[in-house]
Design a protein around this ligand. Sequence first.
Ligand SMILES: Nc1ncnc2c1ncn2[C@@H]1O[C@H](COP(=O)(O)OP(=O)(O)OP(=O)(O)O)[C@@H](O)[C@H]1O
Length: 595
Amino acid sequence: MSERSVTFWQLAAPVRGRVKLAGLLSALGAIAGVLPVLFAMELVRILVPGLGGAETNATQAYVIVGALIFGVVLAQALTLAGYGISHVADARLAESLRQRQVDQALRLRLDWFARTGSGRVKKVIQDDVVKVHQLVAHLVPDSANGLVRPLASLVVLFLIDWRIGLIALVPLVLAAASLPLMLKDVTTRFAQYNTALADLSAAVVEFVRGIAPIKVFEASAKGHRRFWDSARSHHRFYTEWMESTTRGSALMTVFTSPGFAVVVSSSGTALLIVLAGADPVLLLPSILLTANIAGPLYLMMQMTQFLREANGAAGSIVEFFELPAATQGDPGRRASGEAVDIDSVTFAYEDGPRALQDVSLALTPGTVTALVGPSGSGKSTLASIVPRLLDPDTGQVRLGGVDTTELTALELYRHIAFVFQQPYLMRMTVRDNIRLARPDATDAQVVAAARAAQIHERIERLPQGYDTAVGEDARLSGGEQQRLSIARAILMDAPILVLDEATAFADPDSEAAIQRALAELTRGRTLLVIAHRLHTVASAHQIAVLDRGTVRERGTHAELLNRNDLYARMWRTYQRARDTPLADTTTSPSEETKR
Ligand SMILES: Nc1ncnc2c1ncn2[C@@H]1O[C@H](COP(=O)(O)OP(=O)(O)OP(=O)(O)O)[C@@H](O)[C@H]1O
């Protein structure tokens, strides 16, 4: 058994017995399906003398017909039972896999999702399970049927008369001879086919995602060119491949067809009867069983690609289950204090350069620390590491002197709340979304938090007020979603707050409301804030200036201006941009920052 098959059996462990039973019943069904031919042969042997005027033994004929019917019904019943059991096994396996996936997803470090990307997460949680599901429900009984039926037919033919056994091998031998023509360069071609397909898929995604700019700038952007080029090259490759294998495929189709089996078996056996004086009744099993051999084996061969994919899918699911779980923390461990120490933290996203390199920063209780720096300098990554939305590759974050990985989620989020640009709203009611962080909060506390976050009145205007399902009954604007997540953080009432103060998508009214909500939220807390508008950080106790993943400067606003380095430049640019009307674009902030 290959390593990959072991993977499948490993995964199918909870239903292994059922899968084997389904395979066994299907194989028995295939054998039982061959037996009626023997009865039919006997029937002909009894009835044919009657055509010549001899007396027919009617009772014997009825018994044989009864046996024939029984054989057919038994074969069908066994096959159906095999499929029934495999489908039940499949449903059980899918259920247990999904359950294990949910458990594993909850155990995994959160940063696995951020590092991995949503496409791969969806593939392993959705697409791969569907492929394995096909494997269990169909492949095992289909294979048992597809291998045992030709084998049983061949054995029976040889047992009846070895000469009709040899005749039955003719289509199989011809099909095997045409195989090299059909499979010319198949491994290389398949690899090329997959590359062309992946390229086409990427081009389609790019095309669909960029459809708006492509339509708007149609004349100049040529955004659809890659899509066309990929589609044409895929088409060219496919046509050429098919042309080069057409002869082989055509021969294979002919040699494995039931018609060809009838031609070979009837003419071969007729010659045998005429020239060698064989029993004419041999025509019947020869014609009926020869068609059972090459065709089903060819179908089995076509299924190998499918089998390979399904085993690959089983492999990725097993790999997912084997991913290391996040440390769950010690339920007895408590943080003694509110000081946060970020100590020599390094972090890289999958396949990306280091987003943080040896970053250290201390947040003193009751103070405001602002993170500033050019776009891509690592501010969001660093902020995400504090509430463990990401875990550092090296270094640690300590809360009240305790490594945060030693604390349970409950203990950590008793101390640290966060509001990010991505509001993390779920498809549940507005009330439950706010209450997510504190399920025991009363309705009155939820409303109080919503009022403080300046979103209460808007919620009241929703179709079902606090019971409106987010994303289903009502769509919320970016600013409204952000105020909902501020309400959630207010309800968490944690002494430390990590905040991304972006209000880029908010209109002036909404922005003012968000600022009032934030003022309410940040009052009296230890704050780590990603500041996009520098005037809001001028009063911070500490400003950390990030540059390409490292802390380049640290100090108060006045100290950093005195240093006259990156922060001072950013500040000057910011001041100028604020005072410059939109039409005057002689210097862009980013240009100045880079200098
Ligand atoms: N999910 C991700 N996968 C791969 N790389 C990422 C991911 N998120 C961020 N990065 C990369 O990590 C680096 C730091 O990004 P980060 O978002 O922390 O910067 P930032 O300073 O917050 O930027 P901005 O101000 O534009 O939000 C960048 O090079 C970015 O491209």
